[in-house]
Each structure stands twice: as structure tokens, then as C-alpha cells.
Design a protein around this ligand. Structure first.
Ligand SMILES: [Zn+2]
Length: 324
């Protein structure tokens, strides 16, 4: 909030004096667009133009196509990994959408990769803005920012289908990885539910494999972004870690170090990170999970979180140099 306020005051002063000092105006105009702006547009498109995206539904498929097209626009050559499963005796068809960013670098030529993932399906209640259009938006904006950058590793951006019906997309993705690919994956970074929660968090694997979390905390600290980790008040979820309820879980089980970005509040409710806000409790999986409610009830939070997570993820992917 503090940073945002300073920005607004600076902008207001520039506008006030703009008529007299044209230099100030030019300076303001030359400023780069705020991180999170494009992510917001993606959240809007996924939730207001498409709507709820239940696994196997036409809307889930529309959202998958939307992501595919956006990746194409960015110059990636996306692929669609279709899968199906049976639920209540009904066959459900879903798909993961994958965009690959090659390191494009002679300096750092590497056969290692990082997987960055988020689910794009939602439950039927609400519009799935927090859970999880928010993460799709942040990843697409990050994919754009990194498009022409030289990176130390290849990055696979994976958008999972059917998370809400038992982590189907991420389980399928891991089941299709060869042992060689698993060995070459130095990290999996999962994003889930970034908008509603009172605080912004990063979690990591227990022990030495928790290095992604530590790197993200360092980056945030330098940028004065209030990213924190699970304080570990609840002994079931030790400090710095989290539960196995999202798409990072199959990767962690496969022995791949994980990082995980989320907004929630670990200091209220059952101290398990499920109660996202003091003001309205949990937002995910309720009718309140839409942009209108979030922006009305938590002024500034949506933009602030999209900004902060986009900055952290973009810097993190450029800074990761550790070899497994
Ligand atoms: Zn989710």
C-alpha cells in the first residue's frame, strides 16, 4: 500500500505541474507500464468474458484455447496435452496447455528446465478470479516479459486442467514425464489463488530443497515487496512449507524441489491457510470469487498482488542459477 500511495502522489504532482513543466510529463509518459497490468486483463477475460471454467466443460476448453492463443501471440509454440478420467461414472475430457521458453543462450547452454505451473479450471461457484485466473494472468505476463531474455534454463509454462477435481492435470503431466525429464527439472513453481488473501506468501519444499522459497524471499526483500512464508504456527505445516493440496504436490512426490506462490492468511481460522481473509473468511470456491467483489471489498489489493507476484516470478526465473 505504501509504495502505491507514493506512486499516486508522484503522479498527482506531475499532473498538477504538467502544464508548466513539460519535462515532468515526458518523464511520466516514459515510465514502463506497471507490472500486473496485463495479468489483470487476462483475469478479466477469463472470468468476465468466459466465466466459471469447470473441468470438462465448454468454458474450461474455451479458457484452454485462450491460453493457447495468448502463448502463440507471444511467439511460443504451445502444445496441448489432452487427458481424460472418469468421475461419478462420467468420462471427463480436459487438457494441459504448455508453452516452452528455451534458454536461447550459448552462455548458459543447459539441458535443465524449470516448470512454472497453474491450473486454469475453476469450481462452478463464483468466477474463479482468485482461484485461479489470477495465476494464469501472472504467468502469461511473465512469459511475455521473459520472451527475449537469455535465461540459464529452459522454462516450461504449464497450465493445468482439472485441478479442482483432484489435481488431474498435474498428476497426468507428471505421469508422462520420463525419469530423464524429472532428473533434468531443477524446480517446479506452482501458483494458485493470488488475489483475495490478506498476505502474500511463498512456500518451498522442506529442508535443502526449499531454496526456491529462500531465493524468492530475497528478491522480494530487495524490492520491498511484503512477501512472507508460512510462519509455522501450526505444527502440521512447518515454517516455510505448505500442504499437498495444489498442483505442486505430484512434482514434489516425484522428488522435484518446489516453490509455491499464494495469497491467504495463516494466522486465522484453523491456522492451515484455508481462511484467506479476516474480513470475509475464505473467498475461493464461493460466489465472492469475482473481480467486482474483490475490488469493492479490498480496494487496491487485486492490482497490488498481481504487481507483486509478477515482479517476484519474473525476477526469480531470471535469477535461478542453482544446479541440482
Ligand atoms: Zn486453485
Amino acid at each position: 500500500m505504501r509504495l502505491k500511495l507514493i506512486g499516486n502522489i508522484a503522479m498527482a504532482s506531475a499532473l498538477l505541474i504538467g502544464g508548466v513543466f513539460t519535462v515532468s510529463n515526458e518523464k511520466v509518459n516514459a515510465e514502463k507500464p506497471t507490472a500486473g497490468t496485463e495479468a489483470y486483463q487476462h483475469v478479466y477475460n477469463l472470468t468476465e468474458s468466459i466465466g466459471p471454467r469447470v473441468a470438462g466443460s465448454e468454458n474450461e476448453s474455451k479458457a484452454g484455447d485462450y491460453i493457447y492463443r495468448e502463448l502463440e501471440k507471444l511467439g511460443y509454440q504451445p502444445t496441448k496435452q489432452s487427458f481424460s478420467y472418469t468421475r461419478n461414472r462420467v468420462t471427463v475430457n480436459s487438457a494441459n496447455i504448455i508453452g516452452t521458453k528455451l534458454s536461447h543462450s550459448n552462455k548458459y547452454k543447459s539441458d535443465k528446465q524449470i516448470i512454472v505451473g497453474a491450473h486454469y479450471d475453476s469450481v462452478s461457484v463464483g468466477k474463479g478470479a482468485d482461484d485461479n485466473a489470477s495465476s494464469v494472468g501472472v504467468i502469461l505476463e511473465t512469459a511475455k516479459a521473459l520472451q527475449k531474455k537469455e535465461l540459464h534454463y529452459d522454462i516450461k509454462f504449464v497450465f493445468f486442467g482439472a485441478e479442482e477435481q483432484g489435481l488431474r492435470g498435474s498428476n497426468y503431466y507428471v505421469s508422462q514425464m520420463t525419469q530423464e525429464e524429472k532428473n533434468n527439472t531443477i524446480a517446479m513453481i506452482n501458483l494458485d489463488s493470488l488475489l483475495a488473501g490478506d498476505n502474500i506468501y511463498v512456500y518451498g519444499s522442506p529442508g535443502e530443497d526449499g531454496w526456491i522459497r529462500d531465493l524468492a524471499l530475497n528478491i522480494a526483500n530487495k524490492k520491498k515487496i511484503p512477501l512472507q512464508t508460512n510462519p509455522g504456527i501450526n505444527p502440521d505445516y512447518p515454517e516455510g512449507t505448505t500442504g499437498d493440496w495444489s498442483d505442486h504436490a505430484p512434482f514434489q512426490k516425484a522428488g522435484i524441489p518446489i516453490g509455491y506462490l499464494e495469497a491467504t492468511n495463516w494466522e486465522i481460522g484453523d491456522l492451515d491457510g484455508y481462511t484467506q481473509t479476516v474480513k470475509h473468511g475464505g473467498i475461493w470456491h464461493t460466489k465472492n470469487d469475482n473481480l467486482e467483489f474483490l475490488e469493492e471489498q479490498f480496494p487496491g489489493r487485486v492490482q497490488e498482488h498481481l504487481h507483486d507476484f509478477t515482479v517476484v516470478l519474473t525476477d526469480l526465473l531470471q535469477d535461478i542459477k542453482k544446479v541440482k
